[in-house]
Every structure is written in C-alpha cells, then in structure tokens.
Design a protein around this ligand. Structure first.
Ligand SMILES: Cc1cc2nc3c(=O)[nH]c(=O)nc-3n(C[C@H](O)[C@H](O)[C@H](O)COP(=O)(O)OP(=O)(O)OC[C@H]3O[C@@H](n4cnc5c(N)ncnc54)[C@H](O)[C@@H]3O)c2cc1C
Length: 307
C-alpha cells in the first residue's frame, strides 16, 4: 500500500496526468467527494450541514506553492475573508493554511509577515489557524516559524506533526513543552528513507506512541486519522487512563469515512472535519487518491480507458 501511494504521488505531477484529471468529467465525480465546491458559498453550505450534525470544522481554501507577492497578498485577503465570513455566519472561525500558499518559497520573512496578518484577524474574531505540514523540504522552516508565531499567538495558532518522520517525537516533545496545539497525522507526501519510515507498521507504532504522549501531556491534541485500528487504540487509551473527552478531538477529511465521523460525534467525542474547497484542488486531490488503493485503481482504470 505504501508502494502504491508513492507510485501515485510520483506520477501525479506529470502534465499529462494532471491535465487528464482536471478535464475528465468522470474523475470530477471523485473530486466532488473530497472537495466541498469551488467557492466559499458552496463550502459554507457543507459547513452548515456538518455543524448541524454536531461536528466542528476547519476550512481550507486549497492551494500551495505560490511564487509572487501578489499571490501571497491574495491568499492573505482570502484567508482573512474566510475568517470574517465564518464569524459573521456564526460558524467557528477555524481555518487550515499552508505556508507555501503564504509565500514560503519567497522566503521565511514573506510567509511570517503574511500569516501574522491572518492571525491578527483570528485573534479579533476568536478564531484559530492550523498550519498544515507540507513535504519534508519545508519541515524545519515551518516548525521554526510556527514556534515564533506561537510565542505571540499561543491561543490562535497550532501545528501538524507527521508520524512518518523520524523527527516527529522530538517535535511533539518540543510542542508539549511549549504548550502548543498539535494535530497528529501519519503524513501524506512521498518521503525518502533518509527522513521517514517507509513501513506502515512503523508509522502506525509511532502514531500510537506520540498519540499517547499527547493525550497525557499535550494541549488539546487533534488525532487526525481515518484508521480504524488507531481510532480504537485512542479510545481504549482514553478509557483506561480516564482522560476527559473535552481535552482532545478527532479530525477527519471531508468525504472520508463519514459514517465513522457521525458515529464518533454521536458517541460524545470531539469530531472536526477538514473541509477543503476552491479551484486549486489538484495537489490535495492527488494525495487523497494516493492514500487509498481503491481510489487509485478507479483513477488508473479511467486513465487506461481514455487511451
Ligand atoms: C484532518 C486532517 C488533516 C491532515 N493534515 C495533514 C497535513 O497537514 N500534512 C500531511 O502530511 N497530512 C495531513 N493529513 C493526511 C494524513 O497525513 C494521511 O495522509 C491521511 O489521513 C491518511 O492516513 P490515515 O491516518 O487516515 O490512515 P490510512 O492508513 O491511510 O487509512 C486508514 C483507512 O482510512 C480510510 N481512508 C484513508 N484515506 C482515505 C481516502 N483518501 N479516501 C477514502 N478512504 C480513506 C480507508 O478506509 C483506509 O483503509 C491530514 C489528515 C486529516 C484527517
């Protein structure tokens, strides 16, 4: 399964593949499963439905790797607009952002200046900004910028840690010490053996270990996984250790295991759904395809059918 994931991620960037995905009406159906529309208005309809079913949400205008200051400014305006709109609609102003969408490729200063503007508005509306973690080429800089931001915005900003990385435990301990909020994930990018575990069992074992550390000592950790074994393990640990249910939450992606999302919410667990929307859905979508052999096979069949 790890091999399938790496293979899909390896071809996803090729123009012939991305061109096909972007234009195929058949693939569009699958896109719609993971992406909550192209506009904020469309995404808000989904958010309201989720909120009515007792779920929390985090909204992400999809996009990454911008290369001009104009694009950075546009992303800042967009994120600020989303925070204000969520607040005005009496939905929780909670968003997820990528530092490469805020100009990390142009320099640390650019991304830092950009996200500070977003965090100021988050503070004003009582909101929260989660800094998604991207490929390992960005991990060090992202963590460094995050820690600086957290010193100034301790209640408004959180980070993501990927358990496939060897460095994950160090980062988790660092965040615990600083009281920073962590979303724990397995990791979605194709990473080399020099920085990341390749075996599923190693990634999962690391997840369980770090999850327990965070449940014991973390600041409102978010356990972001769809993996039934890890969710069972989390619930077992919480029950054994008498950990209050309001001290952590589960998180899942829009369109993935919706029955389980509902079941956990109904059982009294915090359940936050990550809602991605917008026109720049392709990289996000290709990572979702790579995560699940059935999705990847569906797409490969469409590719073959298209000649
Ligand atoms: C809220 C949230 C935020 C995330 N943020 C980041 C981030 O910032 N950086 C990052 O690198 N990664 C992020 N991820 C992705 C994460 O790293 C994994 O790639 C992804 O969650 C799949 O791993 P899993 O833990 O669900 O387990 P897996 O072992 O991949 O999946 C377990 C089971 O879940 C179901 N499932 C999983 N994925 C899919 C899918 N796409 N379609 C259909 N069924 C599926 C299948 O039944 C599968 O057998 C995020 C994930 C979530 C839920």
């Amino acid at each position: 399964m790890q091999m399938m994931r790496q293979a899909v991620l390896a071809v996803a960037d090729r123009p012939v593949v991305s061109g096909f995905f972007r234009s195929s009406p058949v693939v569009r159906g699958l896109v719609d499963r993971f992406v909550a529309g192209e506009t904020l208005d469309e995404a808000l309809v989904v958010c309201r439905e989720l909120a009515d079913r007792g779920m929390a949400l985090t909204l992400d205008e999809l996009g990454e790797n911008v290369h001009t200051q104009e694009e950075v400014d546009a992303a800042v305006t967009t994120y600020i607009g989303i925070l204000r709109r969520l607040h005005a609609e009496r939905l929780e102003p909670n968003i997820s952002v990528k530092l490469t969408m805020l100009g990390l490729d142009l320099g640390d200063e650019v991304a830092r200046d950009a996200i500070v503007k977003v965090l100021d508005v988050a503070r004003e509306v009582g909101g929260f900004v989660r800094v998604d973690m991207e490929g390992s080429a960005y991990t060090d800089r992202t963590m460094q910028i995050f820690h600086e931001l957290h010193d100034t915005y301790p209640s408004e900003v959180g980070i993501v840690i990927q358990t496939y990385l060897y460095r994950a435990e160090r980062d988790v301990r660092d965040c615990i010490e600083r009281g920073a909020r962590v979303r724990l994930v397995k990791g979605a990018y194709a990473e080399p053996v020099t920085v990341a575990y390749q075996e599923r069992s190693q990634i999962d074992d690391n997840y369980v270990r770090l999850m327990e550390l965070l449940l014991d000592h973390g600041n409102f950790p978010a356990l972001a996984t769809h993996d039934p074994a890890l969710i069972r393990s989390a619930i077992g640990y919480v029950q054994r250790m008498h950990i209050p249910l309001d001290t952590f939450e589960f998180q899942m992606l829009y369109g993935v295991r919706e029955d389980e999302q509902r079941r956990l919410a109904e059982a009294g667990f915090g359940m936050r759904v990550y809602v991605g929307f917008g026109t720049e859905w392709y990289p996000y979508f290709s990572r979702r395809i790579a995560e699940r052999p059935a999705n990847a096979l569906f797409v490969l069949r469409q590719l073959r059918g298209s000649g």
